[in-house]
Structure formats: structure tokens, C-alpha cells
Design a protein around this ligand. Structure first.
Ligand code: PMP
Ligand code: GLU
Length: 387
């Protein structure tokens, strides 16, 4: 009765584990979860105030499918101000989270016979969306020995006549790796002369602790033309539940196709969220965003030091995002079994590396308070001693 298409999908492992951890906690079990990719802060007050005002002013009706002109303009201005990117408001579509933006994009641009290059470890959703659209994922392996970044030579070797797109995620989920301008320039050089599109997922843009964020489309005119910039407010502004993602591309045919698809599926996103997002994008919440970034930075240092004090585990200090991708190869190569037993025996929820396409690691989200980080890592290390 079900379509082959939907049967080919796996559920999101990150969501499955954080949901299970929440259920166990609700049953009264002593569980500490480091599985959720979600800030533990509330949304900044000034943004909540804008939402309350929008509600009181009865901005409660349908809006234009890609978003109201004011919010499209706020995204356009943000991309200019922060990233030096010159998009037009008509180059932008607002969707129900960046996940939805990526879904629309894959449905509009990828089909049977297309290959999409994905550096591994990758965010769990990418290969699923590629499969669902009929395409094939081609993975480029990276490891902690290469700071989890692909090189120009690796990219060159992965390209075939069928390559339709490359997905880049900087800062990365699950590794926190951030590509420098020079590294992006080297990748851009490989793409020159091809018609490969670059899907640049910049969700963690504001969460950079060392080095500098570079928007992929800002590398050159050539990269601007081939890049689809995807971003949102979930992580950097603590707005996961509001569902605001956006996508920008100067490719007007592609934009028109995605608007059509969204007009026949979800229509506009929540009207109140759109009004709140204007304030999140225009700089009014920047102090609170910076406060969260600093808190994450402190937690990162704490967690990295604690893990690296164990002789069984090792982790590279990530430049961005709020994840550690911890190497467990001295303990085991079976990350699924490791994480399953860790949850059962020690009440610690982590996401196995296998789910991100890299065996021998787990992902630890440090978007959690310091006491939980200390207690949680102590339990992980104790567990490794007896594994
Ligand atoms: N991209 C990456 C790399 C992510 O980690 C997430 C988080 N779930 C998303 C996109 C999607 O975020 P959202 O749909 O909440 O905007
Ligand atoms: N992106 C987050 C994560 O990786 C949220 C869960 C999801 O959407 O997969 O945990």
C-alpha cells in the first residue's frame, strides 16, 4: 500500500534518540541527553515580543507563499550585511525550517540518474532527501585526521558526468568543522567549468568560536551563480520550534519551481513566525545571540578537555556548531551497540557515528548545562573503562 519512495526513507536518527531520551526521562529514569541538536536557551525576548505584537495586530492570515515582503527583505539585508551577498528579495523563499528548504530543493533539482556528493560524516537528513528525490548519494570520507574536511583532490575524484550537486555544511553538523576561505577557494577551483550546483548549509553560521565563517557563495561570481545558500534561525537564534528556514539562489527557474512546489504543499510558513523573524534577522537580538555563542564556547572548552583527559577517547576541538564528534576506536568500532548500551547502563543519550556515515565515533551535543556535561562525560568515561 505504501509507495516505494516512502519505504526507502529511514526515520531521523537524531530525532529518534532525543525522543527516546525524553520518554525515558518522563518515566522517571536518570537520563542525561546529549543527543539533541537544539540550543537549551529560550528565544530572545525581543523576538518573542515581536511575535506577541504580530498576534495582537491580527497578522493571522495567509501570506504570500515565499514570505511577506518585509521578511524577504530582512533576509536579503542580512545576507548583504553579514555575508556580502547580493541577492534580490525574489531570489529567496522562506520555508518551515531549513530541513523543508532542503526538501523543496531536492525535489525540484534532483531526480533519477543524478549524483549528489556528500562529505561524510554528514547530517543524517541529506542522503535521505537525495534518495527520496530519486538521486544517488556519493560520499567523500573524512576523519579526525583531516579535521573532517574534504580536499580539492577528493572532490575532483568524486565528480562524474552524473554529478548534479555538492552539499557543503560549514560549520558542520556533526563535527563542528569550519571551512576557511582558502579551503573553499580550492574547492571552487575544482568546480569551475562544470555545471555542478553547490548546496551550502549555513545553519550554524553564528556559532563559530575559532576562525571565521565564510559564506560559500561569497567566494567568487562563479560560486555565487552555482550556490544555493540555505540557512535558518533554529540554532543560532534558539528558534527550533518556530520553523523558519530560508534558501537563496539567483537561479530564477529553480526558485520558481520551488515556489510552485511550496504553493501546492505547505503554502506560507506561520505568519507570526515571519514577523518574529524580522527582528531575529535585523540585528536587534544580536546581544543575546552573542551571549549564547559565548556560553557554547565555554562549554565546548570544558567538554573537549574532559573527553581528552581519557586515554580511551579523543576529540578534535571543533571551530563551530555545538557538537563534538568523539573518536571511540580504542574502545569499539560498533557505535550503535556502544550508544545503545551506554543509554541502558549509564543513562547517557548520544548519537552513534554510524548514523552520520562514520563508524567509530559518537556525536555529543554540548548545548546542555555545564553540570550535566561534567556528570555525563564522567559516566561515558566510566563506561569506556569497563566496555
Ligand atoms: N541543517 C543542519 C546542518 C542541521 O543541523 C539542521 C538541524 N536540524 C538543519 C539543517 C535543519 O534545521 P531546521 O529545519 O530546524 O531549520
Ligand atoms: N539537526 C538537529 C540534529 O542534528 C535536529 C534534529 C534533526 O532535525 O535531525 O540533531
Amino acid at each position: 500500500m505504501l509507495t516505494k519512495r516512502v519505504q526507502s526513507l529511514s526515520p531521523s536518527l537524531t530525532i529518534a534518540i532525543s525522543t527516546l531520551a525524553a520518554e525515558l526521562k518522563a518515566e522517571g529514569k536518570d537520563v542525561i541527553s546529549f543527543s539533541a541538536g537544539e540550543p537549551d536557551f529560550g528565544t530572545p525576548e525581543v523576538i518573542k515580543d515581536a511575535a506577541k505584537k504580530a498576534l495582537d495586530a491580527n497578522f493571522t492570515g495567509y501570506t504570500a507563499v515565499p514570505g511577506i515582503p518585509e521578511v524577504l527583505n530582512a533576509v536579503k539585508e542580512k545576507l548583504k550585511r553579514d555575508n556580502n551577498l547580493d541577492y534580490k528579495a525574489s531570489d529567496i523563499i522562506i520555508s518551515n525550517g531549513a530541513k523543508h528548504s532542503l526538501f523543496n530543493l531536492m525535489q525540484a533539482a534532483i531526480q533519477e540518474g543524478d549524483e549528489v556528493i556528500i562529505p561524510a560524516p554528514y547530517w543524517v537528513t541529506y542522503p535521505e532527501l537525495v534518495t527520496y528525490s530519486g538521486g544517488t548519494s556519493v560520499f567523500i570520507e573524512t576523519s579526525d585526521e583531516t579535521n573532517f574536511k574534504i580536499t580539492a583532490d577528493q572532490l575532483k575524484a568524486a565528480i562524474t558526468p552524473k554529478t548534479k550537486a555538492l552539499i557543503l555544511t560549514t560549520p558542520s553538523n556533526p563535527t563542528g568543522a569550519v571551512y576557511s576561505q582558502a579551503e573553499l577557494e580550492a574547492l571552487a577551483e575544482v568546480l569551475k567549468g562544470t555545471d555542478i550546483m553547490v548546496i551550502s548549509d549555513e545553519m550554524y553560521e553564528k556559532l563559530v568560536y575559532d576562525g571565521k565563517f565564510t559564506a560559500v557563495a561569497s567566494i567568487s561570481d562563479d560560486m555565487f551563480a552555482r550556490t544555493i545558500t540555505v540557512n535558518g534561525l533554529s540554532k543560532s537564534v534558539a528558534m527550533t520550534g518556530w520553523r523558519f528556514g530560508y534558501l537563496a539562489t539567483p537561479n530564477s527557474e529553480l526558485i520558481a519551481a520551488m515556489k510552485k512546489l511550496q504553493s501546492q504543499s505547505t503554502s506560507n510558513i506561520n505568519s507570526i513566525t515571519q514577523h518574529a523573524a524580522i527582528v531575529a534577522l535585523d540585528g536587534q537580538a544580536d546581544d543575546e545571540i552573542e551571549m549564547m555563542r559565548q556560553a557554547f564556547s565555554k562549554r565546548r572548552d570544558l567538554a573537549v578537555a574532559l573527553f581528552n583527559a581519557s586515554d580511551k577517547l579523543s576529540v578534535i576541538k571543533p571551530d563551530g556548531a555545538f557538537y563534538l564528534f568523539v573518536n571511540i576506536k580504542k574502545v569499539t568500532n560498533d557505535s550503535m551497540e556502544f550508544c545503545k548500551r551506554l543509554l541502558e547502563e549509564k543513562g547517557i543519550a548520544l548519537v552513534p557515528g554510524l548514523g552520520f556515515g562514520s563508524e567509530g565515533y559518537f556525536r555529543f551535543s554540548f548545548a546542555t548545562d555545564e553540570e550535566s556535561i561534567k556528570e555525563g562525560i564522567k559516566r561515558v568515561i566510566d563506561f569506556c573503562e569497563t566496555y
